[in-house]
Design a binder for this molecule. Structure first.
Ligand code: NAP
Length: 429
């Protein structure tokens, strides 16, 4: 028996998948239990220069015909279409599918999961979240006997690199993004990373797996790092924190305002320097998982790049090939919990609010009264005096986002507050 493999896409990741399939063929055969035969590689253009490891005779622009000749289809084209139609076609044909396409899974995963379930084929996507880091399989399989309570992750290497540069060199956002582009960490159009779209797609996938509940990308509260200033980053250091773009997915208990549910969000946050995520530098990714029985787990590694991502793709490929050879299937979509996906207002978080206030007696009491009126308790206050004004830094205890946001709204209307300079959430404390 031979497992016929079609690779759709021969770009950054596809090329490295082809390389590993070619150079590690004997090992992969031994591990899968049958030879993995690369039957073709679909591309947009046959004229594009390619790495010599790619046999030009395998290239085709007819992706549909290629899909029809494969036992396993590996989709590395990206984008919604034609990736979705080609994967659905493969599934209908009875082929197993492997994809790294977080945009497609975040936007329309359920269509693919349902089709794979109906056809009785495998759908694997380890590379779609945090590149090389084994994360999908641990959450979906290793933790299947536990109850995940919270997932806190740095899942976008570009923004982590940018924020790390800002922290280590004092650069402002624009300069740090430019440096990331020069080093190939950021795209010419960095919007998907900087505005948090990429992280939101990954957060939706992770939340779905962790909480056995369908979460789509449009249910993820998303704020990018576009508004983070060099001053925010400097203040973070001053107060023992570092700014990170976090993807947070958590189960929240029922309250008078909402039922038990799941909140999924992506936003910049202050992370205390002694938290394991604070030490994640450069373009690395890391995901911190809290589960009832397992406690705290940390997954760390390279979240992108051709070779690291190809490692995750090949892991999936060997797994689905084993199933073809020996029978059986991997896990299907698990959504039995079907928890409501709650709005951002239900998220439990803490705020660090920096504001410019009048420098006169009684100001602190007025400010504190605003927090108290919203039932938000204050953990710490710091004041730096200026000329007739003072900068006040207030750190709260954990409270629902709705109460914290309403407090900031009230502060802006207070006559002793000149302006609210910045509001950042604090996570991981
Ligand atoms: P890429 O370098 O842009 O490569 C895309 C490939 O797909 C190219 O070979 C392109 O053909 C081909 N392609 C695009 N549209 C096509 C179409 N309509 N028909 C046939 N072929 C088509 O992309 P990548 O960086 O390798 O990313 C691939 C996937 O992996 C994406 O879903 C991405 O999100 C995911 N991913 C990437 C990374 C990473 O580090 N790059 C990490 C994790 C996940 P041509 O070569 O002819 O243009």
């Amino acid at each position: 028996m031979t497992v016929r493999v079609a690779v759709l896409g021969c770009g950054v990741v596809g090329t490295e998948v082809v390389r590993l399939l070619t150079t590690s063929a004997a090992d992969l055969e031994a591990r899968a239990g049958a030879p993995l035969e690369l039957v073709g590689v679909a591309v947009r253009s046959l004229d594009t220069p390619r790495d010599p490891v790619v046999d030009r005779a395998l290239l085709t622009t007819d992706a549909e015909a290629l899909v029809d000749r494969a036992d396993v289809v590996v989709e590395l084209m990206g984008g919604l279409e034609p990736a979705r139609s080609l994967l659905l076609r493969a599934i209908e044909n009875g082929a197993a599918v492997v994809t790294a396409n977080k945009a497609l899974l975040g936007a329309d995963g359920p269509t693919l999961y349902a089709a794979a379930d109906e056809a009785g084929v495998d759908l694997y996507f380890e590379a779609a979240v945090a590149g090389a880091i084994p994360l999908v399989r641990p959450v979906r399989e290793s933790l299947a006997g536990d109850a995940v309570t919270r997932v806190l992750g740095i899942v976008n290497g570009t923004t982590n690199y940018v924020l790390d540069q800002m922290a280590s060199t004092g650069a402002d956002l624009d300069l740090a993004v430019k440096q990331a582009q020069e080093l190939g960490y950021a795209e010419a159009d960095p919007t998907a990373d900087v505005e948090g779209y990429d992280a939101a797609a990954k957060a939706a996938i992770l939340a779905s797996l962790a909480f056995h509940t369908r979460v789509s990308v449009d249910q993820v509260h998303r704020e990018g790092i576009g508004a983070i200033t060099a001053e925010d980053v400097a203040w973070a250091a001053e107060t023992g924190h570092v700014v990170k773009l976090l993807a947070v997915a958590e189960r929240v208990a029922a309250t008078a305002e909402h039922p038990e549910g799941v909140v999924v969000r992506v936003h910049p946050a202050l992370v205390p320097l002694d938290h394991p995520l604070a030490g994640v530098r450069q373009a690395f990714n890391a995901v911190f998982v809290q589960a009832e029985a397992a406690g705290e787990l940390m997954f760390y590694g390279r979240g992108a790049g051709g070779r690291p991502t190809a490692s995750a793709v090949l892991g999936d490929l060997v797994t689905v090939a084993r199933h073809r050879v020996r029978g059986g299937r991997g896990p299907i979509e698990s959504r039995y919990a079907d928890l409501p996906v709650l709005g951002m207002g239900a998220a439990p978080t803490r705020y660090q609010v920096r504001m410019r206030v009048a420098d006169r007696p009684g100001v602190l009491a007025s400010v504190a009264a605003v927090f108290a009126a919203r039932d938000v308790s204050i953990e710490a206050v710091r004041q730096a005096d200026g000329d007739g004004t003072a900068d006040l830094l207030v750190v709260t205890h954990t409270a629902p986002e709705a109460a914290l946001a309403a407090t900031v709204e009230d502060l802006t209307g207070l006559d002793v507050v000149d302006s609210v300079l910045s509001v950042l959430r604090v996570e991981g404390a």
